[in-house]
Write a new protein. Structure first.
Length: 261
């Protein structure tokens, strides 16, 4: 696991955007896995800026989002389809037909989950998967104790996740309790993973993901198995790491082609 510590969320997001932009430039028809939530917002703003000011071209890019709430139509302002349209897709030159998000309103959710996996395979697999981190160690909506080999499926959201995400719904009872999410196995199949986690509330989960044992109780620890996982944290979210000097040493001694900035 490549661990990069930056001063704050802003510089961490700019770095994440550079990593994605480099990928898009090198492989214009790449398949990106995307995330929603507060963490990647600044990264998306930077990708939009790069598209506008530097001509970063998304016309041949395909995307697959990690997850979607069950029961929310694309028109609902808290659906992840709505989020992606408002915060990224409508500001860049991506073909909407190439953007994929699980359909949480499908009549047959099991079929939708299997079809989502098939769509990823038909697209050639995910080249780079962007991830955020839940305070409880979840990635996608893979909550603690779920299988580390799971595939896209319907998951029950934990109480912690309801607590963390319900403010935007107005109340906990208004927030869906179920979501379709790529499984941990699906995420690990991506050729590259890029996880961002910032701020003091993420410190414990960051420490368990990077330095804790590989354990289903911290789903993000599965990234320890990934051959090419990059984790970008800030001083605050990295504050509980025991080996931060080691990560900084590695970062400072990278070969020129291993650097992102
Ligand atoms: C979002 C997702 C979640 C979030 C995580 C962190 O698509 O899959 O795992 O990345 O809950 O959320 P924020 O960024 O809001 O702290």
């Amino acid at each position: 696991m490549e661990v990069i510590i930056r001063k704050d969320a802003d510089t961490g997001c700019l770095l994440g955007a550079r990593i994605i932009a480099r990928y898009v430039r090198e492989k214009p028809n790449c398949v990106l896995g995307l995330a929603t939530g507060r963490t990647p917002l600044r990264l998306y703003q930077e990708l939009i800026r790069m598209h506008r000011d530097e001509g970063l071209d998304f016309s041949r890019v395909t995307t697959f989002n990690l997850d979607e709430y069950v029961g929310l139509p694309a028109t609902h302002d808290q659906s992840y389809r709505y989020f992606m349209r408002e915060n990224l897709f409508r500001h860049i030159n991506i073909d909407p037909a190439n953007t994929h998000i699980p359909d949480g309103t499908a009549a047959d959710l099991h079929t939708e989950c299997r079809a989502y996996e098939e769509r990823i395979i038909a697209a050639g697999g995910i080249d780079l998967q962007l991830l955020g981190l839940g305070r409880n160690g979840h990635i996608g909506f893979n909550e603690p104790s779920g299988s580390l080999r799971s595939r896209t499926w319907i998951k029950i959201l934990s109480e912690q996740t309801l607590q963390d995400n319900s403010d935007v719904f107005g109340s906990r009872s208004a927030m869906p309790r179920h979501a379709i999410t790529m499984g941990i196995g699906t995420i690990l199949d991506a050729r590259r993973c890029l996880l961002l986690a910032f701020g003091p509330p993420k410190a414990r989960a960051v420490e368990r993901m990077i330095e804790g044992p590989l354990a289903a109780i911290c789903p993000a620890s599965a990234l320890q198995l990934h051959p090419r996982a990059t984790v970008v944290v800030d001083e605050a979210s990295g504050s509980a790491l025991q080996f931060s000097d080691h990560y900084r040493w590695i970062d400072a001694n990278k070969l020129p082609w291993q650097r992102y900035d």
